[in-house]
Design a protein around this ligand. Structure first.
Ligand SMILES: N[C@@H](CCC(=O)N[C@@H](CS)C(=O)NCC(=O)O)C(=O)O
Length: 197
């Protein structure tokens, strides 16, 4: 299996963290999703994408993470208990939604003056903040967890820090802040951190 991703992609990072926790030595190919030759691999031009050993390509991080984890110690990332798994995947969807909104806000902020919609930017920042508030309400229960939900949360706040989108996510989110700090030296966090700069 080969994972095509950029090293700054939060969705790709979630898959890379899942691989480490499942004990898999995943082949990671760094790609520029804007490069024309990458479109020949993934016509949508998005990362991550997973090339499986049979040559087939799978897209979307929520699918890729499941395939990757299933090749190793799956229970580290996807709880065997059905309800716990649904809860973890629900949290993943929430954190991915926060990333989606944060990326849309960031892209808007980068647009040249005159093309930029302040209303759109504020709408996406509002979704991002509301999603982070919802994550904060669950964060007291994150201790000891390594499932796909908390991995998505880590990828999410890591990307927001990288790009500096909106006000600091730590403000008024003590539980999330304390938990993120508590896992910051774990190998699955440090080995997947986006390159600085
Ligand atoms: N839902 C997708 C989102 C993937 C995505 O949007 N990735 C970004 C990079 S972080 C991308 O490829 N953007 C390029 C584009 O949309 O053209 C997933 O979870 O994999």
């Amino acid at each position: 299996m080969k994972l095509y991703t950029s090293l700054t992609s939060p969705y790709g990072r979630k898959c890379r963290m899942a691989a480490i926790l499942a004990g898999l030595d995943l082949d990671v190919a760094e790609v520029d999703y804007k490069a024309p030759d990458y479109l020949a691999i993934n016509p949508l031009g998005k990362v991550p994408a997973l090339q499986r050993d049979d040559g087939s390509l799978m897209i979307d991080s929520s699918v890729i993470a499941q395939i990757v984890a299933a090749a190793g110690d799956e229970a580290k990332v996807y709880p065997a208990d059905r309800e716990a798994r649904w809860q973890a995947q629900g949290l993943e969807a929430l954190a991915d939604g926060v990333i989606d909104a944060a990326i849309l806000a960031w892209l808007e902020i980068k647009r040249p003056d005159g093309e930029r919609s302040s209303a759109w930017e504020q709408k996406q920042l509002g979704k991002m903040q509301a999603g982070l508030d919802a994550i904060e309400r669950q964060a007291a229960g994150f201790t000891g967890r390594t499932d796909i939900g908390v991995l998505a949360v880590l990828a999410c706040v890591g990307w927001i820090d990288l790009r500096g989108v909106g006000e600091d996510w730590r403000t008024n989110r003590p539980n999330l802040t304390a938990w993120v700090d508590s896992v910051s030296n774990e190998p699955f966090v440090t080995r997947t951190a986006p390159p600085a700069g």
